[in-house]
Ligand binder design. Structure first.
Ligand SMILES: [Zn+2]
Length: 382
């Protein structure tokens, strides 16, 4: 069995332009590497009306326990301004020790590194290895995340497969390999608030009902109080009014409606449900007719520092010599779904160029991530 080269595999994956919701053969490239290693591969196509069909891959080596899962995504964000790129975003070129391309750091490089680490581990442990290693790779992380990880986890659980620990390969490090592990993420919820009034002549306000004044009072009621003080592992939750729209060009008209958009990034002291309840109470106190549309991007999660974060820290320190900071910063990730099934942390490449033009990963970092993932498997199964 030949060793898997994580750099060549990253290049091969980048050359498949799998911009959400397309796969373009990327999962097949990975499957062709995993099958000869002894992984049982399941392609999971999930569909839902109104959303694009998504191809996903669940691959598991072994049937015994304990079961370690690597979770990641094969989809990438669009290239953005093509003229801003100095190389072909889907060429997989190496320039001055850096592998360029969309997905290099987020996160085809990490998928390839884990695959190489698993192949090295299985070769080393050979026939007496009784545990299980799986890869749960979605094509719907950068998109709506409806036909991806959440449904895959349900599918896995329905087969009575239990995951004992999970690492998500998101680019968790800030500037150097081994500087940060994510043990949680804040949640995010969006609200569209529409305040209804009655249109009329501005000089005859008693014949109309201006929604603007109530909207201003409502927004004041929402923005004045602190949501919390933050805690040991999370920064303070934050409510931001991202837009206020009335769209009224006339000086002498009271408009019929006024709208505002609100986003809350929240820590583990809240849920989207508790926040919505809080919001409605404040809005009701101001009074009058309003409509509130709610869109939950994700709940917050926290894997309390403990055996899994220690294990990943130790594996990273052994390769990089750095002591990783445990952090909950950044946007949401699919770990928000996984936390309902298994302890989960995020560790991958460096985040600096993700989603940007000229996304890239140092070849040396892809190799050191492979060594770190190998160290995680060694420690987990020791
Ligand atoms: Zn990502």
């Amino acid at each position: 069995m030949a060793d898997v080269d994580p750099v060549a595999l990253t290049q091969a994956l980048i050359r498949r332009p799998s911009v959400t919701p397309k796969d373009e053969g990327a999962l097949g490239v990975l499957e062709d590497v995993l099958k000869p290693l002894g992984f049982t591969c399941h392609r999971l196509l999930f569909t839902e009306p109104g959303t694009p069909d998504i191809d996903n891959l669940y691959a598991r080596w072994g049937t015994g326990g304990p079961h370690f899962c690597f979770a990641g995504h094969m989809d990438v964000v669009p290239v953005g301004d093509l003229k801003g790129w100095t190389v072909d975003p889907f060429g997989g070129e190496i320039v001055d020790g850096h592998l360029y391309g969309r997905g290099a750091s987020d996160m085809k490089g990490a998928v390839a590194a884990f695959t190489a680490a698993a192949s090295g581990f299985l070769r080393k442990r050979g026939a007496d290895f009784k545990g299980s290693i799986s890869l749960l790779i979605t094509g719907d992380e950068e998109g709506p995340a409806i036909n991806g990880t959440a449904k895959m986890l349900k599918w896995v659980a329905a087969r009575n497969e239990k995951i004992d620990a999970c690492v998500v390969g998101e680019p968790s490090n800030e500037t150097s390999m081994g500087d940060m592990i994510k043990i949680g993420r804040r949640g995010s919820v969006n609200y569209a608030l529409t305040v209804a009034g009655m249109q009329g002549h501005e000089a005859f306000p008693h014949l109309a009902d201006t929604p603007n004044h109530r909207l201003v009072k409502m927004l004041a009621a929402l923005t004045e109080p602190e949501l919390d003080k933050g805690n040991e592992w999370f920064q303070q939750s934050s409510l931001q009014v991202t837009s206020i729209d009335v769209g009224n060009p006339a000086h002498n008209v009271i408009p019929a409606t006024a709208r505002a958009s609100i986003n809350i990034r929240f820590n583990d002291q809240h849920s989207s449900e508790s926040l919505t309840k809080w919001l409605r109470k404040r809005l009701d106190e101001v009074g009058g007719r309003y409509d509130l549309q709610i869109q939950v991007s994700g709940e917050s999660f926290l894997t309390k520092p403990g055996s899994l974060s220690d294990l990943v820290s130790n594996a990273a320190a052994a390769v990089t010599g750095r002591n990783a900071r445990l952090s909950t910063t950044g946007g949401t990730s699919d770990a928000r779904f996984i936390c309902n099934y298994a302890p989960v942390v995020e560790f991958g490449l460096i985040s600096r160029t993700m989603h940007k033009v000229d996304e890239r990963a140092a070849v040396a970092d892809i190799r050191s991530l492979t060594a770190i993932y190998g160290g995680i498997l060694d420690r987990f199964f020791s």
